[in-house]
Write a protein that binds this ligand. Structure first.
Ligand SMILES: [Zn+2]
Length: 188
């Protein structure tokens, strides 16, 4: 049994360690308080010492918000068309509650890793021309560099996959996966 390292009173990033908490799965847990709101949370000792966790998630949220603000496309109340298009694309692919998700398209469409970050997407596509939105060249392919073009709404409708819509119900796993992806995005 390795000797317990007492972390109480120590600071790790924004965490102030208050006291030891009950072990979880044989691992040492600490009751910590985050600088941002003073709320207490239970954190793995190894995560603290290795720097895996530096805050309750507030630090990452601030970074993401700062980046969103910096690119200037997501200011409150004035999202640009490029930004709105990007959000729509993500929702269509990742939110099982979206009517487009899997409903009309039995093989769910995905967005490539690179385009999960708005600045990458914008670097590749730029501003949408008037009256057009981002469309896929191959409607069976994913949203990714090399498979996109600008289309009007009627062009998009023509380009849709030719299928009878299958009735689709969001499965619990889909919703859980989506929730987990949001949580990962928030703590990325
Ligand atoms: Zn915090």
């Amino acid at each position: 049994m390795p000797k317990l390292i007492d972390l109480a009173g120590k600071q790790f990033g924004r965490w102030l360690v208050l006291a030891r908490a009950d072990n979880r799965g044989g691992r040492t847990m600490w009751r910590c308080q985050c600088d941002c709101d003073g709320k207490e949370r239970i954190v793995y000792g190894t995560h603290l010492r290795r720097g895996n966790t530096r805050s309750c998630g507030c630090f990452n949220r601030e970074q993401i918000a700062a980046r969103a603000f910096k690119h200037g496309h997501a200011r409150a109340g004035q999202h640009t068309r490029a930004y709105r298009g990007w959000r729509t694309m993500l929702q269509r692919c990742r939110d099982p509650r979206n009517p487009y998700y899997g409903g009309r398209e039995p093989t769910p469409v995905t967005v490539c890793e690179r385009w999960l970050i708005f600045v990458n997407y914008y670097a590749d596509t730029g501003d949408p021309p008037p009256g057009k939105t981002l469309d896929r060249i191959d409607s069976w392919g994913n949203y990714e560099p090399g498979n996109w073009k600008w289309s009007t709404h009627s062009e998009q409708v023509r380009n849709q996959r030719r299928h009878k819509p299958k009735p689709y119900r969001s499965k619990l796993e889909d919703i859980q996966a989506y929730t987990a992806s949001l949580a990962r995005a928030a703590s990325a």
